[in-house]
Design a protein around this ligand. Structure first.
Ligand SMILES: CC(=O)N[C@H]1[C@@H](OP(=O)(O)OP(=O)(O)OC[C@H]2O[C@@H](n3ccc(=O)[nH]c3=O)[C@H](O)[C@@H]2O)O[C@H](CO)[C@@H](O)[C@@H]1O
Ligand SMILES: C=C(OP(=O)(O)O)C(=O)O
Length: 430
């Protein structure tokens, strides 16, 4: 298993190109199941999760062709991929595939809408929480589907003649369930109105792509989404939006180490809440052409309290990274996690580097320390692992991060991007 070795202490200076968003690319790829025409996605990041989803889609009959010419994007390479699903050859998503990546459960929406049936393995929990699927079950039932649990699988069946549009209000905001209901409703008979919908930029991106495919969706980005069902969808070409979590992660790394970096091919408006928290911590964040600049001079890091919330609130996917930043603040800060019940696995690893963090329920109290010291640490999940990288970049001496496969799920060419800005980071292939 690969490890990442970091020797901390260098400020970051230069340009970091931001990749396409993992969390937009995954539902967009799944949308290819809704049409027999070709869906072309540009700016698809090269990540373990994307590769895994390509295998899963292949199992359902999606023919994938990756452009031989890779699209150069600054120093990174994102790909243009064509997806064609002439016919769905298998409506079962087996445990072996779904258990490797939660978002693969989302195929349930398109399979049900296009084929009238799906048998999809329940995904199970993960390191950050239990991650139930009750909202998917309830909302698809609202469109007339029969949903039965059998042997660890959900057997979903649409009524004769297909899904039927309905009004459904989520009792709790869910990004994944909003994606799935929106996809399923595109091919339902009549109009669907989704209340308390997730407002994340990735939902807006999916709606834009579905509309380019001929869907009739309005209101994405607000909490009420209206979908007028159509009889079929066609192919389209769509560019995956920039990864706001990758953007915020590098912005926090710069705020942590000091230095001056341009984050390129991204958009500050995708993460206003996190940018506000960074500014309050003392970092300079300003828009520039094609992205934004983050800088911090010799002045220290100010403590800032944050509470994670659905978009447009502070993202849970940046919670661990922000906590890493706060470990060196000049004072006490609090980070409260309201989305996932167990998203504090990084706390004990940050403590190994000398951080002073205590937990009380869903709130972490972080007492900033003057220095962190390098140590061996273990990645526990995707965002927790990158928080250890951020801390390692500012720690004295060597930090060795093991279980790097978590990092590879969501950060394209991390070592390369950081090294080009002056960091000492290398991958050790074991
Ligand atoms: C691949 C992807 O895009 N993943 C993101 C997506 O995950 P994902 O879509 O899985 O997260 P959700 O928005 O669904 O989860 C929000 C909350 O709703 C709960 N819930 C969800 C579904 C359900 O049926 N019942 C239920 O109770 C979850 O346990 C959680 O407490 O949004 C999360 C919240 O922004 C992000 O952290 C993940 O990075
Ligand atoms: C939690 C994440 O992903 P997933 O929903 O696939 O676990 C994430 O991207 O931070």
């Amino acid at each position: 298993m690969d490890r990442i070795r970091i020797v901390g202490g260098n400020p970051l200076n230069g340009v970091i190109p931001i990749s396409g968003a993992k969390n937009a690319a995954l539902p967009l790829m799944i949308a290819s199941l809704l049409t027999s025409d070709t869906l072309t996605l540009e700016n698809v990041p090269h990540l373990a999760d994307v590769e895994q989803l390509l295998r899963i889609l292949g199992n359902h009959g999606v023919d994938v062709s990756v452009n031989g010419r890779r699209e150069r994007q600054g120093e990174t390479y994102s790909r243009t991929i064509h997806f064609t699903c002439r016919t769905i050859v298998d409506t079962t998503a087996p445990y072996e595939l779904v258990s490797k990546m939660r978002a693969s459960f989302w195929v349930i929406g398109p399979l049900l809408a296009r084929e009238g049936q799906a048998r999809v393995s329940l995904p199970g929990g993960c390191a950050i929480g239990t991650r139930p699927v009750d909202l998917f079950i309830d909302s698809l039932q609202a469109l007339g589907a029969t949903m039965e649990i059998d042997g660890g699988y959900i057997n979903a069946t649409a009524p004769k003649g297909g899904l039927i549009g309905a009004h459904y209000t989520f009792p709790k905001v869910s990004v994944g369930a909003t994606h799935v209901l929106m996809m399923a409703a595109t091919l339902a008979r009549g109009t669907t109105v989704i209340g308390n919908a997730a407002r994340e930029p990735e939902v807006v991106d999916l709606a834009a792509c579905l509309n380019a495919m001929g869907a009739k969706i309005s209101g994405a980005g607000t909490s009420t989404i209206t979908i007028e069902g159509v009889t079929s969808l066609s192919g389209a070409r769509h560019r995956v939006l920039p990864d706001r979590i990758e953007t915020g992660t590098y912005a926090m790394a710069v705020a942590m180490t000091g230095g001056d970096v341009i984050l390129e091919d991204t958009d500050i408006s995708l993460l206003e809440n996190a940018v506000e928290a960074l500014r309050r911590s003392g970092a300079t964040v300003e828009p520039v052409e094609r992205g934004f600049r983050v800088a911090r001079n010799g002045n220290g890091i100010r403590p800032v309290d944050v509470v994670t919330e659905p978009y447009p609130g502070f993202p849970t996917d940046l919670q661990a990274q922000f906590m890493a930043l706060m470990t060196r603040a000049q004072g006490v800060s609090h980070v409260t996690e309201t989305i996932f019940e167990n998203r504090f696995m990084h706390v004990q690893e940050l403590a190994r580097l000398g951080a002073k963090i205590s937990l009380s329920g869903q709130t972490a109290r972080i007492e900033g320390v003057e220095k962190l010291r390098g140590a061996p640490v273990m990645a526990t999940d995707l965002r927790a692992s990158v928080s250890l990288v951020i801390a390692g970049l500012a720690a004295e001496g060597e930090t060795m991060v093991s279980r790097v496969y978590h990092l590879d799920r969501g950060f394209e060419r991390l070592e390369e991007k950081l090294t080009r800005c002056g960091a000492v980071v290398e991958r050790i292939r074991d």
